[in-house]
Write a new protein. Structure first.
Length: 215
């Protein structure tokens, strides 16, 4: 069975969300709060919505004959992290009044990125390829925002976007694990344990390399 590599979150400019693990309201997997300019931001990711997204994503992995254990994080953590990033992207897009056309989304759906295929590109980001338009709209908006600020090669633009990210705090329910305060390329997850849900079953390095060669 083929394996899949996790794509780093906030890949547009390498910025990270400000996050913590603490009690959240019943039925919530995560809550996003903060302020952009004079606009108060408050968005809730419901646990039931997370569960639905996890089921869709797991089914997409199975259909693609991909080994989910190679993600090396429980699916609910991986998908939750993607959902919180997507929510923050949406909030920033609305604040900056960024518009993404359907044609731009159509083109992005055909883009393999750094993966073998467009389908793998979406799966590596925790997205069901069959339901990717919302995520791509949010991701493309981030590219437009950084371009407005001066481009991804402009340090001032990156610092400005990082400052805006810092205004939005994501509070994760501790049910989903302990927050990883310092994500790395080797461990990009925002969580460092499995919490009360999911089971961590990492693929041994040798086996993972063999699967990639066979895939």
């Amino acid at each position: 069975m083929k394996s899949i590599r996790v794509a780093a979150a906030a890949v547009v400019v390498g910025v990270a969300l400000t996050a913590c693990s603490s009690p959240v309201e019943a039925g919530a997997a995560a809550v996003i709060n903060g302020k952009l300019g004079d606009v108060q931001v408050s968005e809730r990711i419901a646990a039931k919505d997370l569960n639905e997204n996890v089921k869709e994503y797991e089914a997409a992995l199975t259909a693609a004959k991909l080994d989910a254990s190679a993600l090396q994080v429980p699916l609910n953590q991986f998908v939750l992290f993607r959902m919180t990033n997507e929510a923050v992207y949406r909030e920033l897009s609305a604040f900056h009044k960024v518009q993404v056309s359907e044609a731009e989304i159509d083109a992005a759906l055909k883009n393999p990125g750094q993966q073998q295929t467009p389908e793998m590109n979406m799966l590596s980001k925790g997205v069901d390829p069959g339901n990717a338009r919302g995520y791509l709209r949010a991701e493309l908006s981030m590219t437009k925002i950084i371009d407005q600020f001066g481009g991804a090669q402009n340090q001032g633009a990156i610092d400005k976007l990082r400052a805006e990210f810092a205004q939005l705090k994501v509070t994760y329910s501790p049910r989903y694990g302990t927050l990883n305060a310092q994500p790395t390329q080797e461990n990009p997850s925002m969580f460092i344990d499995t919490g009360r849900f999911g089971k961590l079953t990492p693929t041994p390095p040798a086996q993972g390399q063999q699967q990639q060669q066979q895939g």
